[in-house]
Design a binder for this molecule. Structure first.
Ligand code: PAF
Length: 295
């Protein structure tokens, strides 16, 4: 496995793996955990199955344009040494840890691509993190230009971001397959996240209400009842949203929509515990093989 950190190293690498030096890309901001390792394993497997010579490529770049608060950007953990070990163990072929100038050759203020509909006016991340998706769309466009991949994997935990990535490649007409990576959960089903490390012991215990809320929504007969069950379960946390949406468009649905309606639906939650925001989501109702059913 090699690590690329400079423009010179990148130039040599790009020549070697044209036309798809991005291989199967796993874009990350580092601070990798077992959830990322699962994405990297998935990418390495996909690359092998589809004979993609560049293999799994992991980008590690803390993207300044997607943070709402400067102190959040500053405190974001930078752990390249440990990340390298995780990438190696999970089967990555290359890490690209670029400088800001490599990712933003036209500067940080260059205009963002037009945001696809799934990333605006939904009252989800678009509302609670204004400007965030502009930054994500910018960095994805630039990463896909810098290292054109055959496919890229995005974790389902950041569900709206996954839909944004899928819509963005369609909008920009890029021949990149966007693959979802299943959420990896801790012993009590809390979704793994780089932010979990900021939780106090007490907050970590309280956070298990989040997967429990997805579980409790599952058996409810209508969207209204399922949303109420989620709010009840999360009553001790600071809820930003706990809602059930159309799984592809993120549009709201009538509250009396029954469990057995045909359109795909997703239960989506964002909560704050102190300064830490946690996200989770799952299909509603849960599929038969969901680990959340056993909570
Ligand atoms: O999910 C993340 O880690 C980031 O938003 C991403 C996709 C790497 C873009 O900076």
């Amino acid at each position: 496995m090699r690590t690329i950190r400079s423009a010179e190293q990148l130039t040599g690498y790009l020549q070697q793996y044209q036309p798809h030096p991005g291989g199967v890309l796993v874009p990350t901001m580092g601070a990798l955990h077992q959830g990322h390792e699962a994405l990297i394993r998935q990418a390495a497997h996909y690359a092998q199955q589809h004979n993609i010579p560049a293999g799994c490529v992991v980008t590690i770049f803390v993207n300044p344009t997607q943070f709402n608060e400067p102190q959040d950007y500053q405190r974001y953990p930078r752990t390249l040494e440990q990340d390298t070990i995780r990438c190696q163990n999970a089967g990555a072929k290359t890490i690209v840890a670029p400088t800001i100038e490599m990712v933003y050759p036209k500067g940080l203020d260059a205009p963002a691509p037009t945001l696809p509909a799934v990333a605006k006016d939904k009252g989800l991340e678009d509302q609670y993190r204004p400007g965030h998706f502009q930054g994500v769309a910018k960095v994805l466009q630039n990463l896909f230009t810098m290292l054109p991949p055959t496919a890229a994997i995005f974790g389902e935990k950041d569900y709206q971001q996954l839909l944004l990535a899928q819509a963005l490649v369609r909008q920009l007409n890029l021949p990149i397959e966007i693959l979802p990576g299943p959420t990896v959960r801790d012993h009590d089903a809390l979704a793994l996240s780089s932010r979990n490390r900021f939780l106090s012991g007490q907050q970590r215990l309280a956070a298990s209400a989040i997967p429990q809320a997805l579980r409790n929504a599952h058996d409810q007969p209508t969207i209204a009842r399922a949303q109420a069950a989620m709010h009840d379960t999360l009553a001790h946390l600071s809820i930003e949203y706990a809602t059930i949406r159309h799984a592809h468009t993120l549009e709201t649905l009538p509250p009396d929509t029954p469990q057995d309606a045909t359109c795909p639906r997703r239960a989506i939650i964002a909560c704050r515990l102190g300064d830490t925001r946690l996200l989770d989501n799952a299909p509603w109702p849960l599929p038969p093989d969901s680990p959340l059913r056993n909570l």
